[in-house]
Ligand binder design. Structure first.
Ligand code: URP
Ligand code: ZN
Ligand code: ZN
Length: 467
């Protein structure tokens, strides 16, 4: 049977192997990986994609995004259409969003709401985690959610005002329950009571005038994240439940995870995000400093260095974006009060280029480690390894072709995101997707989006936490 597409002449990089090979695609799947496939293809109308001189990698798997999220009094401005267009252009072919219950919503209602946001408009494949916002009320629903292919749940230690906060007892019980159900708990780890106290101390006109958006840094010293991570790790150790720390941003947090691994804990995982690797908190002091407000906030160069080291050593297993886009107008509501800035930033379009440029080209990661952290391990750990994250026969033909050195200056005006700014504006990054394929379909060609609204499908997932 002829192939539909063959990618030829490139260097295929998987997390465990680099090979000069062709990749043959039939329908939505990778049919074969091997040398000389294009030569043998014959004249059957097979589409040949020339990848000579380029890397051919699995499509990126961003396991942490918030598209069209009602948050901080507004709604994040990239929805499942623009967000997944941005993903495709950035070489990311799978995104996992968080379905969050509002008010008295059940988990099922939250999932239904999120399906309604994504159905028919996503351009690459997607899945959901679910936030547990009321343990006592929602715990009975866990088995049903897992049956629907959603085996990962998130609890927030902060965000009391949003109605999202969980306490230690809820976290402890969720870890126990998910241990027995073969699920995994994701935790936003920050110490809420001490954080509230620090915010209250600085929440006055004099301080706000003096420090502006830098108050994000002043009120969130590293121990705010580290103490919370330590607490979550303690409950994971006590229960044996699988714990995944989301958006870890600090050196101190990384040390705690490393220590847990040294003690032999195999059920504790940590993710960082591209912004914590390539941006630092001096940005808060600039004219547009408030734009960079995220939660947790970007930290210091020493934290960046520790996170890179942690990635290399395996302490940090995944890189995501925590994409939660707000426009200048949305960010502008702060009017000098840092507690009012909608927290989050765009990232899907620039994650692979930023990590490639700062990681691979600066020799902080090998090419295979880059693929491992951005594609393979995120897929595996979230129960998608059977379909995504590797260029292997039988896997979905989600493939990104990048040129090793060609740089493109980041310019939000030329991007797919709805953001009218970019945290990386003007940076010349290599590693943009020259070509992206989603389930065999070319969705980016010559660096431009050419995909289709509604092409993206919901991905039911298998058991998580296996890497
Ligand atoms: O600033 C962020 N990260 N916004 C999204 C919510 C969260 O905590 O992940
Ligand atoms: Zn969070
Ligand atoms: Zn998030």
């Amino acid at each position: 049977m002829p192939y539909d597409t063959i990618i030829t002449g490139g260097t295929v990089v998987n997390a465990n192997k680099t090979d000069k090979a062709d990749v043959a695609i039939r329908g939505e799947k990778i049919a074969k990986v091997g040398r000389g496939l294009a030569k043998k293809a014959g004249n059957y109308g097979t589409r040949i994609i020339d990848a000579e001189g380029c890397y051919v990698i699995p499509g990126g798997v961003d396991v942490h995004v918030h598209l069209a999220l009602p948050f901080c009094g507004t709604v994040s401005s990239d929805d499942f259409n623009t967000g997944t267009r941005a993903a495709a252009r950035g070489g990311v072919t799978t995104v996992i969003d968080f379905a969050i219950p509002y008010g008295s919503d059940t988990l099922q209602q939250a999932v239904d709401n999120w399906h309604a946001k994504a159905d028919g408009i996503a351009c690459v494949d997607y899945a959901f985690h679910i936030a547990i916002t009321n343990w006592q009320k929602q715990k009975r629903e866990l088995p049903r959610m897992i049956k629907q292919g959603i085996p990962t749940f998130k609890q927030f230690m902060i965000y009391e005002a949003e109605g999202w906060q969980s306490d230690d007892a809820a976290m402890f019980q969720a870890l126990e329950a998910l241990r027995d159900l073969d699920g995994m708990l994701m935790v936003h780890a920050e110490s809420s009571r001490v954080l509230d106290e620090l915010i209250a101390r600085h929440h006055n006109k004099r301080e706000m005038k003096k420090h502006g958006a830098y108050l994000h840094t002043i009120t969130r010293p590293n121990f705010i994240e580290a103490e919370a991570i330590q607490r979550a790790v303690t409950w994971a150790e006590a229960t044996g439940g699988k714990l995944y720390i989301v958006h870890m941003s600090s050196a101190d947090g990384t040390d705690i995870i490393a220590h847990a691994h040294r003690r032999g804990l195999k059920n504790v995982f940590a993710e960082t995000c591209a912004q914590y690797l390539v941006l630092d908190d001096s940005l808060f002091k600039g004219k547009d400093g408030h734009l960079y407000a995220t939660c947790p906030q970007i930290k210091k160069p020493a934290d960046q260095a520790r996170l890179w080291k942690g990635l290399k050593a395996g302490t940090v297993c995944t890189i995501a974006t925590d994409t939660c886009t707000f426009t200048r107008k949305q960010k502008g509501v702060w009017k000098g009060d840092w507690t009012k800035i909608p927290m989050g930033m765009p990232g899907l379009e620039t994650m692979l280029p930023a990590v490639y440029t700062e990681g691979v080209l600066k020799k902080r990661l090998t090419m295979r480690q880059f693929v491992d952290k951005c594609c393979t391990t995120p897929a595996k750990i979230m129960g998608l390894g059977h379909r995504k994250g590797a260029i292997k026969r039988g896997r979905d033909a989600d493939i990104t072709i990048i040129h090793p050195t060609k740089r493109i200056k980041v310019d939000h005006r030329k991007m797919e995101t709805n953001a009218d700014w970019s945290p990386l504006q003007g940076r010349p990054l290599a590693g943009f997707a020259r070509t992206t394929l989603s389930r065999g379909k070319v969705v980016v060609d010559k660096y431009k989006f050419c995909g289709e609204k509604g092409w993206g499908e919901f991905l039911p997932r298998a058991a998580p936490g296996r890497i």
